[in-house]
Design a protein. Structure first.
Length: 317
């Protein structure tokens, strides 16, 4: 556990939500993560109670005849400024997903306003740093799918094979396990998901973000987006039904996250490809055991090195 990080989180919670709330969050995390999750869930469920009642009375959007053919991702600074692993992931998405009429769009600081207009209280809090770019991207993805439909995929997700996407007419997500690991983990991901244009889930999510950031200046929990999905899952039967119809489809989604600098093993690589169409990767050294290297200190090819070989081969074909 990173003690400095936990203390910083405690002080932020104390400033925004008060000492008793912050103290309970801190000790519940130490005692039992499921209990901590439930505490945060209960807080947010009460916070969003009027919005929940509003959406309980609203029908889901009707499915258009053609469905949505959008694929969305984001790299704020632009592709040219992205780390190499992000460029590799984006190229894999474009090559393997953007087919059959799908439009692949990379949102950046220069083009996001072409697709949406967000409330002033949100943009101001982004500008002053109260909303980080990571959590601003959560707001952006919710609004994009609400307005246009389609699939959102984070810029650090590698697509390892050709994907034949169907036009999006219902909830889409990567599901890693038949048994949820906790309240918010396992049943869905917030970095690879989608739905139809005007969907109930993403309309609720967009309004929930708006309401939350209008009132608060910091996050009650890092994965606020997952709690919002969990609330929709509990209260809106059509959302729950669509999620439950999705079979486990990406058991190996996390398999390569901390293994890019590990020695390449053909059997392990083949198994990882068989168990997932997508791998969640990271550009951060803390997940990769240091800067990415194409070979180990012993001179052996790493997974990152092999991945680059594949990319170069495709580029030369």
């Amino acid at each position: 556990m990173n003690i400095k990080k936990r203390i910083a989180e405690f002080l932020t919670l104390k400033k925004t939500f008060g000492y008793p709330f912050a103290l309970k969050c801190y000790f519940l995390r130490l005692k039992s993560f499921p209990e901590y999750e439930q505490f945060v869930f209960d807080f947010l469920e009460e916070e969003f109670a009027p919005l929940i009642r509003k959406y309980e009375l609203l029908p889901d959007a009707e499915v258009s005849e053609s469905g949505s053919k959008h694929i969305w991702t984001l790299w704020w600074q632009g592709v040219e400024q992205a780390p190499e692993i992000v460029k590799v992931c984006l190229k894999s998405q474009q090559d393997n997903m953007a087919s059959d009429g799908f439009q692949y769009t990379i949102i950046t600081k220069d083009n996001w306003k072409q697709y949406m207009k967000l409330p002033k209280h949100i943009t101001e809090k982004v500008e002053n740093g109260q909303i980080t770019l990571t959590h601003f991207s959560d707001i952006i993805r919710a609004e994009l799918i609400r307005q246009y439909g389609g699939v959102w995929i984070d810029a650090t997700v590698f697509c390892n094979k050709r994907i034949n996407l169907e036009p999006v007419s219902k909830i889409y997500t990567a599901k890693c396990s038949p048994t949820p690991k906790s309240l918010t983990l396992g049943r869905w991901t917030g970095f690879l998901f989608g739905d139809k244009e005007g969907s109930k889930l993403f309309s609720f999510m967009s309004e929930a973000f708006d309401q939350y950031w209008k009132k608060y200046d910091s996050l009650v929990a890092y994965l606020l987006i997952d709690y919002i999905i969990a609330i929709a899952y509990k209260h809106f039967p059509e959302v729950k039904e669509e999620y439950e119809q999705i079979q486990v489809n990406q058991t190996g989604l996390w398999h390569m996250l901390r293994k890019m600098n590990a020695p390449y093993n053909a059997d392990e690589w083949t198994g990882a490809v068989q168990n997932a169409d997508f791998w969640k990767l990271s550009y951060k050294d803390e997940f990769n055991g240091g800067p990415l290297q194409e070979k180990t200190v012993q001179g052996k090819l790493t997974n990152w090195g092999y991945l680059n070989e594949l990319v170069r081969k495709v580029a030369n074909d």
